[in-house]
Design a protein. Sequence first.
Length: 185
Amino acid sequence: MAAAATAWGLRHGLGHVLVLAGVLAVAGCSTAEPAASGEKAASPAAKASACSLLNADDVRQAFGATESFTGTQPDPVGGKRPWGCTWGSRSSYASVGEVSHEDYRAGIKAPGVLLVPQNIGAGDSFAVYPADDDKPMRFAFTTGDRSYHLEVIPARDGDYPRYRQGDIGTKLLRLLIPAIESSRN
């Protein structure tokens, strides 16, 4: 199939190949073997990568930045790659990751933590302000039976007012939570 598409592309030009590749991707064409009899195939939603849920331009706009952002997945831990993504630029970044229910609860119930409900999506969502002003705030949210943390760093050098994290994080949550809910359901 790939050889036929390549030959067709050579005759009709690169633009047609890109369109054809997009059509094949949307149609679900691949060289992957079908699931064996009696074996469950993973749903496309279960395979959604965190980095595919937001595009780099949405992240750049949330930060109000002019420089571009790139999404990268976390490094494997124990042979498995954790679900998450960090969208970063030279000067700032945002990082989302799935966390255990225990880590989620520990983060929102730590002594002195101030929780500000965000009311985004079907699950819980909070801005989490630690008691120690030197520690960055983050966001904690749930979708279905999964828990997540979102960290927003407006300036890698640490020189930013704390409210900037909240403003940027809320913009990202308004995009991210519905995207996770639709990809995981």
